[in-house]
Design a protein around this ligand. Structure first.
Ligand code: AMP
Ligand code: ZN
Length: 482
């Protein structure tokens, strides 16, 4: 059996994954709070854990992995958004969930096995809170239920902080109903203007941390293999999840391996609204940056390192994808058909990915494969194509490989979603070629720039100019160019 090794934030070591049940490998990842479009940082955990999901499915079988990623659809930020806009909460959360799935889908993120909404698990949360009170780990005070941090001796193990450090450094909420400032809310009262559910402690709503503990328990059981999220969640969210779950189910181990992705920055700075470098995934897609380019850029940095999003990296990634596609297409129709029929995964690449998701190391191996493809090695092309697929990157998306191979070798288009426009594009590309030949470079550049504005990229290869289409393709901009 292949060995997958993952860095466990709990032990601070890279450990071998030994699934509790290899027939059902289980992973939980904290999902978004749904009140606005996902920003680029939110996409990082979605992509990172999607790669892990794909790797697990590859190793253990697609039917032997259960991946849960929740939607937090009850939260004070959502309530605030509803109050500001006057819109019903359910409308805001449903709309945001649909956006999230659409945006992550554009980045090639597979849907997890379960995507529970917190509001569908309120009963399980109430039961778990009741259990914690009965076991002496929680207490009721003025309509609130609080978890008693002092009742759990391992508190602070994940984040490596002592309770004293936490009190000194943390922004713990001091409230008169708390016995200890570190105690955190499991349940809080709701007035009539706020969403609420009946409970033994009156009408109220859950705290954020109990949501994940309850959903993980309902869908994955008392013990499961991997728990993930951004490292901003390590404390207090994950520390609190552990405290709740370990105290409610002392026999279960909760998550065996804890994984945290580092944060995303933009052009070297923290992404923030005040710095004006805050943008959503949708905004990037609308600027014409293909989802696969965003994904490829993400995977060029190890998940455990801070990652810097730059325009330059996006441009480089886009060029590399097109370059690799072109190299494969130049092998010819038969070779491409064979590659698509029977892709394979390069062993060295697979080892890199299995070694704590070393995607940047994997990318370097893919670059070496691309050099071999350039030298005409069609086995390397099979491995390049298959290894990229494992990363969730399809070099033949929208039939691009077939379009390229047809242009290079047949001079005609096949399986082309832009078929109706290809004749016109072909004529423009040919006109550019003629202009170049006649040394009318200004005209050649003008045609190339106009094509680029319409989302058509022209690349010069030793076999002549070829073109391809990005997601920002806008056929209306081709009008009037001839
Ligand atoms: P939230 O909706 O704020 O709970 O965040 C959803 C997910 O996005 C969590 O796993 C966060 O850790 C993650 N996240 C938020 N901001 C960033 C960022 N700048 N870089 C990477 N991950 C982030
Ligand atoms: Zn969580």
């Amino acid at each position: 059996m292949v060995e997958i090794r993952l860095r466990n934030s709990m032990t601070r070591k890279v450990e071998r994954l030994e699934p509790i049940d290899p027939e059902n490998v289980r992973m939980y990842v904290c999902g978004p709070t749904v009140y606005e479009r996902a920003h680029l940082g939110n996409a990082r955990p979605a992509v990172v854990f999607d790669v892990l999901f794909r790797l697990l499915r590859h190793v253990y079988g697609a039917d032997h992995v259960t991946y849960v990623r929740n939607f937090t659809d009850v939260d004070d930020k959502i309530n605030a958004r509803a109050a500001e806009t006057g819109r019903p909460i359910s409308e805001i959360t449903s709309e945001t969930i649909a956006w999230y799935l659409e945006d992550m889908g554009a980045l090639g993120v597979l849907e997890p096995t379960h995507m529970p909404r917190a509001t569908a698990y309120i009963g399980a949360m109430i039961a778990m809170i009741g259990d914690l009170i009965a076991k002496g780990h929680a207490y009721e005070a003025e309509g609130h239920v609080l978890f008693s941090v002092g009742s759990y001796s391992n508190y602070g193990r994940l984040s490596g902080r002592s309770v004293d450090d936490m009190i000194a450094g943390a922004r713990v909420e001091v409230a008169p109903w708390k016995r200890d400032p570190m105690d955190f809310v499991l349940w809080k009262p709701s007035d009539d203007s706020l969403p609420g559910w009946d409970s033994p402690w009156g009408r109220g709503r859950p705290g954020w941390h109990i949501e994940c503990s309850a959903m993980a328990h309902e869908l994955l059981g008392e013990s499961f293999d991997i728990h993930g999220g951004g490292n901003d969640l390590l404390f207090p969210h994950h520390e609190n999840e552990i405290a709740q779950s370990a105290c409610a189910h002392p026999e279960g181990g909760f998550a065996k391996i804890w994984m945290h992705n580092e944060m995303l920055q933009v052009e070297g700075k923290k992404m923030s609204k005040s710095l004006g470098n805050f943008f959503t995934v949708r905004e990037l897609l609308e600027q014409g940056i293909p989802g696969e380019v965003i994904r490829f850029v993400f995977l060029s940095t190890h998940y455990s390192k801070p990652m810097d999003w730059t325009q330059k990296k996006a441009e480089e990634a886009e060029r590399t994808l097109l370059n690799w596609r072109t190299l494969i297409a130049r092998l010819g129709v038969d070779a491409v058909a064979d590659i698509l029929r029977a892709p394979s995964i390069n062993e060295e690449f697979f080892s890199a990915l299995s070694d704590d998701l070393n995607s940047p190391g994997g990318r370097a191996i893919l670059s070496n494969l691309a050099s071999k493809v350039r030298a005409g090695d069609s086995h390397a092309a099979k491995e390049l194509y298959g290894s990229m697929l494992l990363l969730g990157l399809d070099l033949n998306r929208d039939g691009i490989l077939e379009i390229l191979v047809a242009q290079i070798h047949d001079g005609k288009q096949r399986l082309n979603t832009q078929g109706e426009h290809s004749e016109k594009i072909g004529t423009l590309v040919a006109a550019r070629g003629e202009a170049k030949k006649a040394k009318r470079f200004d005209e050649a550049d003008r045609i190339r720039d106009a094509l680029a504005r319409a989302g058509v990229e022209v690349v010069d290869t030793p076999d002549g100019a070829i073109w391809t289409i990005g997601r920002g393709f806008d056929p209306a901009k081709l009008e009037g160019l001839l």
